[in-house]
Design a protein around this ligand. Structure first.
Ligand code: B12
Length: 461
């Protein structure tokens, strides 16, 4: 079959061309394994008009991925494609997974794949190839005789080592920048890697679409992909995209030992976000550093223990966070801290605690986002109960837009927006921060670029 996989454009005032969609790269790989011919269209990096793509590569099936901010674009693409081809059009990804009925009713959309996609996609393609219906295919939502049918959920794949490596050869890799633009440029391509799937925690803001739980790839599997990225694809940097990389401490140590043994530790790698601060210690971070990890990012979220415990359910203490940052700095890693301003239940005082805590931790980059209630999250339900949503279109659900997305009586939008702006100002304009930024660069001429890079880093995760 001819399989067309599409990543619709993202409506953000920032550059999100940081990496190819790993979800599509995995789907493309399992399609190729089936013997399909695959064309990937990432509309963020490729401007080829849809009509041209379809006439050059008439698809038998189309798959479109979408997060919440992309979903309206995905519907538009489905509608346009529906007028150009008879091929069934299937949507998947973070947004359609939680609101499958909404998408399946859109013009052009034939089905939605919910949750983890690889096995469902293969089964959908088999059915379509044989002219069969989608009846009973686990994880699929579709319309039959005007009725929306939600087939049962698909049980999680047990052995994630069995997946093929992502099919990057189908992406225009030169169109991507690097995963987390750093203050120092990466000389060469930057690739993501996913060493585990899911998360055993359930934070109230997280739009995790997998059921609670964690499945890890073996160190052998992870390091063989790593080797392939470095030796065959020429990776100059690797970004670990896991939600929870370090649930199993021994596995991390084993991965690091293998990276060192294989001589892969000369290629820098970075933790994009998924490392639990309560599960790190200096010995672990030191081994990661020896294995090439130059930067780690911790999800801190709040500087107020009550908010962490009662609102977010983060299962993390402020002292654990302090210890994690201390340990990371002690082993010579750059640090990034993620913070959220304006969670339900916050007051000016708790937001103040977060700003002060960020300054105390003093990471290289502090990333403050305004709380965004993604559909399917506990926060979305809380906001519907105790607050007022101020955004109405899905593309507005982005958290770096200078705009609070909800408010409560105790926490008006104006207050959240003011504290968010204040957070950036107070963190970055402390004299030693300004001095550090200036001293880090060789000349003043590089300063505008440094500021641009810092801003990109801040807004890209
Ligand atoms: C890396 C990452 C990024 C990167 C790169 C994204 C990219 N090019 O893919 C960057 C830094 C640019 C980024 C930016 C943002 N991100 Co982000 N990001 C992630 C992260 C950490 C990993 C994504 C990933 O590779 N996952 C692994 C792959 C294998 O999973 P997957 O993409 O979900 O695909 C699987 C299934 O969903 C399904 N599937 C997906 N598409 C399709 C299509 C079809 C046809 C089928 C059949 C199946 C299918 O099958 C796939 C394989 O199993 C996720 C967290 C997470 N665990 O997913 C957040 C996540 C995707 N990001 C999120 C958000 C909010 C954003 C931003 C909007 C933040 C902002 N600035 O406001 C932006 C915009 C992103 C966008 N493209 O729309 C949310 C999305 C929530 C939502 N409902 O929209 C997530 C889920 C984080 C979270 N837990 O809340 N992000």
């Amino acid at each position: 079959m001819k399989v067309l996989l599409i990543d619709p454009k993202v409506d953000l005032p920032i550059d999100v061309r940081s990496s190819p969609s790993l979800g599509l790269a995995y789907l493309a790989a399992v399609s190729e394994q089936r013997g399909d011919e695959v064309r990937v269209l990432d509309m963020q990096v490729e401007a080829t008009p849809l009509r041209q793509v379809v006439s050059e590569f008439p698809p038998d099936v189309v798959g479109i991925t979408a997060t919440t901010i992309q979903i309206e674009r995905a519907w538009l693409v489905a509608r346009e494609l529906g007028q150009m081809t008879e091929a069934p059009i299937v949507l998947g990804g973070s947004h359609p997974t939680v609101l499958a009925a909404e998408s399946v009713q859109m013009p052009g959309v034939d089905a939605v794949v919910r949750g983890e996609g690889e096995q469902t996609w293969v089964e959908v393609c088999e059915r379509l190839e044989n002219g069969g219906s989608l009846q009973g295919v686990a994880g699929v939502t579709y319309e039959r005789d005007g009725e929306i049918v939600h087939n049962p959920d698909r049980p999680m794949m047990e052995n994630v080592d069995t997946l093929p490596f992502p099919a990057y050869h189908l992406f225009k890799m030169e169109g991507y920048s690097n995963l987390q633009p750093t203050l120092d440029d990466v000389k060469g391509p930057s690739y993501p890697i996913l060493s585990s799937r899911g998360c055993p925690y359930r934070c109230n803001y997280c739009a995790q679409i997998l059921p609670r739980g964690w499945r890890a790839r073996s160190p052998e599997s992870v390091v063989s992909e790593w080797q392939w990225l470095v030796d065959d694809l020429g990776a100059a940097e690797i970004g670990v995209l896991d939600d929870s990389f370090n649930i199993d401490r021994q596995r991390v140590l084993d991965i690091c030992d293998r990276l060192i043994a294989e001589g892969l530790n000369h290629v820098p790698w970075i933790m994009i976000n998924g490392i639990r601060a309560n599960l790190v210690d200096q010995e672990l971070l030191l081994r990661m550093r020896e294995a090439g990890c130059i930067r780690t990012a911790f999800g801190v979220e709040s500087g107020n223990q009550r908010i962490l415990d009662e609102v977010i359910h983060k299962q993390l203490t402020l002292d654990q966070v302090r210890a994690a940052f201390r340990a990371a700095k002690a082993v010579g890693m750059e640090t990034i801290g993620f913070f959220i301003i304006g969670l339900p239940g916050e007051t000016e005082e708790t937001m103040e605690d977060t700003i002060r805590f960020a300054c105390e931790l003093d990471p290289v980059v502090a990333n403050f986002s305004m709380a965004t209630p993604f559909p399917g999250t506990e926060m979305y339900e809380q906001v519907k109960q105790v607050g007022r949503l101020l955004v109405h279109d899905w593309h507005e659900f982005a958290f770096f837009e200078n705009k609070a997305q909800f408010e409560t009586d105790e926490m008006p939008a104006e207050l959240v927006e003011r504290k968010w702006r204040e957070a950036y100002r107070r963190f970055y304009l402390r004299p030693h921060r300004v001095a550090r930024t200036v001293l880090r660069r060789r000349t003043w001429l590089e300063l505008p670029r440094t500021v641009r890079m810092a801003w990109k880093t801040v807004v890209s995760s």
